[in-house]
Every structure is written in structure tokens, then in C-alpha cells.
Design a protein around this ligand. Structure first.
Ligand code: FES
Length: 161
């Protein structure tokens, strides 16, 4: 067992856990934060996305012990205009992927503002304009089985503008 203290949504939380427990399982089963979802549990769907010190990560691929002393934000700790933009633009249907989509989009927007290029960034792109193609590329790690992608893209574009 390993003693760890993780700041979760602004609050220090201590755990005594086996080293192989994923961050996703720790959040859901030890802290009762069920916003991050377990979809594939192997880094392929993005449903488990949370922010670690502001950067998006797949919490199913992370070990909780790696985040000792770090700040984790789950959807329960998010209060952002992007959430109402998702609702306004029908960026969801069943809602299962939505917590991960929103956490991922917040991390993505921060990366974009920091100037991180994506696979489709044009060298002479206007940094003020986040195109649909850019959003789709940057959000490609988050799957939506209902196919609400058009609304998701619109919500992100609206928030980024
Ligand atoms: Fe983590 Fe699918 S549950 S990426």
C-alpha cells in the first residue's frame, strides 16, 4: 500500500492504496467522483479524461500514485461557459462521453492558447481562429457513440471565439 495525497477539485484527499490502482478507479471508487467514465479502460475513447495540473489526461492509463501532490480536476470541479455551450448546441445525446469531452476541450483550448500545434495546423494559420478541422483533430481522442460531433465542435468554437 502507498500513501498518497491528491488535490481533487481544490480539496486535498488522502488515500492508502495499492500501487496498481488507476487514477480513474481511485476517483470513482475511493472518492465517489463518477463524472469521469470508464469506457474502454485502455486509452482509446477519452471518456475518462480529467485535467492534471490543467493538462488533459486519460485517467484510465494513469496510476493514482503518480499524482501524489498534484492537482486533479474532474467534471465535478468544472464551472465553465463551455458547459452551457454544449447544452445550447446539442453537443450530447446520451451524455456518457460528455464529462470527458468537456475536460478534454478545456485542456485543448489551453494547449491551443499556448500555441501548441496540431497535426493539421497550417504554418500561417491565424492564431485567433480555431477552425472546425483543427477542433476535430485536437479532439480526436474523445469518441461519441451517439455521433454528436457537430454540436460538440460548434460548442467549442463558440466558446473559443
Ligand atoms: Fe480511458 Fe477509454 S476509459 S480512454
Amino acid at each position: 500500500m502507498v500513501d498518497v495525497t491528491i488535490r481533487v477539485n481544490g480539496q486535498a484527499r488522502s488515500l492508502d492504496i495499492p500501487p496498481q490502482v488507476s487514477l480513474l478507479d481511485a476517483l470513482r471508487e475511493r472518492f465517489g467522483l463518477t463524472g469521469p467514465k470508464k469506457g474502454c479502460d485502455q486509452g482509446a475513447c477519452g471518456a475518462c479524461t480529467v485535467l492534471a495540473d490543467g493538462e488533459r489526461i486519460n485517467s484510465c492509463l494513469a496510476l493514482a500514485v503518480q499524482y501524489d501532490g498534484r492537482e486533479i480536476t474532474t467534471i465535478e470541479g468544472v464551472d465553465d461557459p463551455l458547459q452551457t455551450a454544449f447544452v445550447r448546441n446539442d453537443g450530447l445525446q446520451c451524455g456518457y462521453c460528455t464529462p470527458g469531452q468537456i475536460c478534454s476541450a478545456l485542456g485543448m483550448l489551453a494547449e491551443y492558447k499556448d500555441g501548441a500545434p496540431s497535426a493539421v495546423t497550417e504554418p500561417d494559420a491565424d492564431p485567433g481562429e480555431l477552425t472546425e478541422e483543427e477542433i476535430r483533430e485536437r479532439m480526436s481522442g474523445n469518441l461519441c457513440r451517439c455521433g454528436a460531433y457537430n454540436g460538440i465542435v460548434k460548442a467549442i468554437q463558440e466558446t473559443a471565439a
